[in-house]
Design a protein around this ligand. Sequence first.
Ligand code: COA
Length: 184
Amino acid sequence: MKTFPFPVSIRTTRLHLRQWQDKDLAPFAALNADPEVTQFFPAPLTQEQSNTMARRCQSLIDERGWGLWAVESLQSKAFVGMIGLHIPTAPLPFAPCVEIGWRLGKEHWGNGYATEGAIAALEVAFRDIELEEVVAFTSVHNTKSEAVMQRIGMKRDEHTFAHPAVSSDNWLSQHCLYRIGKQV
Ligand SMILES: CC(C)(COP(=O)(O)OP(=O)(O)OC[C@H]1O[C@@H](n2cnc3c(N)ncnc32)[C@H](O)[C@@H]1OP(=O)(O)O)[C@@H](O)C(=O)NCCC(=O)NCCS
């Protein structure tokens, strides 16, 4: 796994995946306060929690060069959401691993942005960071996120798992796991 002494940024046809900026905090907090965007997470985030998450993403990108990037529309410059790579801290049954994830403002759903950004992030994961495998996981009820995993070529593990950070009697406990290996 390679790290870089500068923030890697990625341009796709329509998106810029880049280091976080102060102007992202307000639209990110709005997205994290939206009950539809957060319906498969334990709860919507307060502004403070959202800012903490953005700052954490920013410092991990400073540390490693890569991470969960802020996503901006190349055309409108609007903040679209977050897409990228992360080393989970929870004691997951398949750890250590690098996961790919996405979270977009509702107004940006239905355009193929998550798929476009994730394909570009996977390219960086295998070509530049030199990872052997990337995983993704989500609540078994989060069919939109699972559809992104399928569209970018990931394959579903046979077994679901109980997320260690979610209470086992919570409806969000069971998660599906997807994997993709380096394409040779
Ligand atoms: C998960 C999430 C990113 C998926 O968003 P999405 O818009 O469904 O996914 P994409 O951006 O890849 O867009 C695909 C959709 O755009 C459509 N689309 C329109 N133009 C397109 C284009 N040029 N290229 C590709 N797809 C296009 C596709 O047909 C598809 O629509 P469908 O779902 O009706 O079939 C979004 O629902 C979200 O942010 N959810 C909340 C956060 C979350 O749960 N994150 C995952 C946690 S693990």
